[in-house]
Design a protein around this ligand. Sequence first.
Ligand code: 0X9
Ligand code: ZN
Length: 405
Amino acid sequence: MRWWRGFAAAAVGMLGGLAAQADLGWALWSVTVSDEEEAQRLADSPLRLAQESVRIGANEVIVGPSDPPLVHTLGLPATPLWAIPAPTPVPRAGRESNDYRTTYLNLTNLLALYERWRSDSGGMMTRTRIGGSIQGRDLWMYRLSARRAPGMAAPKTLVITCGIHAREWISPSAGLYVADRIRVLSRTSRRHQLALSRVEVAIVPVQNPDGYEFTWTNDRYWRKNRRRNNSTSYGVDLNRNYASAWGGPGSSGNTSSDVYRGTAAFSEPETRAVRNAMATMPNVVGFIDFHSYGDYVLWPWGSTTTLCPDHATFAAHGQRMGNAIVSATGRNYTLGPTSQVLYLASGGSNDWAYQAHNALGYCIELRGGGTGLAGFVLPESLIASTQQEAWAAFERLWLDLAGVN
Ligand code: 0X9
Ligand code: ZN
């Protein structure tokens, strides 16, 4: 608290002079918006939102050393919360371990681990290249399936997507744990074998590999993909690029915005890859997109506060997922439609999965870091328990969709 006061005082003092600005470094600010017009003003600005797309009320915003003038030209009430580390590359020392329960893995190591599991799986895991990123990286989807008795009905599919937002490292990390659990349980548990024979699981380990890599090498706080929009701005928010209310509220047409929606729905190869892969699946019944942070289980709609036609079904399964998380770690996630419990956000992947496939499309916001960090920077000491929460929610939905108790 003491240092916070000092920091706030420094920020206020800084308004007059440039000298103090250099001392200020990177910081998390709270910016308050009171109506839709103000919300759009903040969304359109190049200031980076710390996960919170814009909501009416307080928003956490990442402010770099040269950004304070920008915060003030917005004409919105803004106060610094705390200093955060600069988004410079993470030191590699001590990060070479492949223990994905206690460390984050870079793109190469993460994909290598999936490959190792695949080669050990005896055909249970298969891999498809579903496309390529803006910078030409491969986009992969792993399918986890069980041998089926002849004459058994074609399986349904539950799709898991990870890493759509580059800086939310716990998302691909949670995907690893889900894949690992399925892989092990498909050999040791009859219930899970049965579930897999009815509902197979398709996992996209990292949907935004360019962005993910960029957060390891250049900018820990990067969110979007790495499309070059123009000479001064990069990146489309892939979770505003899906064809569900594309262009609606909670997205921006400003290329430098962190919620820039792109030039059209599915303008980005990363979103098209998921769309095309899912188009080949005859019966997608469930969809979970892992994000961080905030502890939420979210369902449609993001684009309007009107309840979706299947709200009751979403709520029933959502409640069961929430209960499973409580049983796993004691943590209480907030459950509800994105637009009601979080904020308006259009063009999101789970809304699209519901609209286009009639799948139960959820977005799960996993845990975040606390005071002194940007929210999506989850300390490595909390990886394992957060993975357990992701698994608990996934497993509940999976077994329910498969009719396995
Ligand atoms: O704003 C988002 O894309 C998600 N939150 S995050 O802080 N991880 O960026 C929420 C997405 C919710 N779902 C939809 N908009 N459909
Ligand atoms: Zn996200």
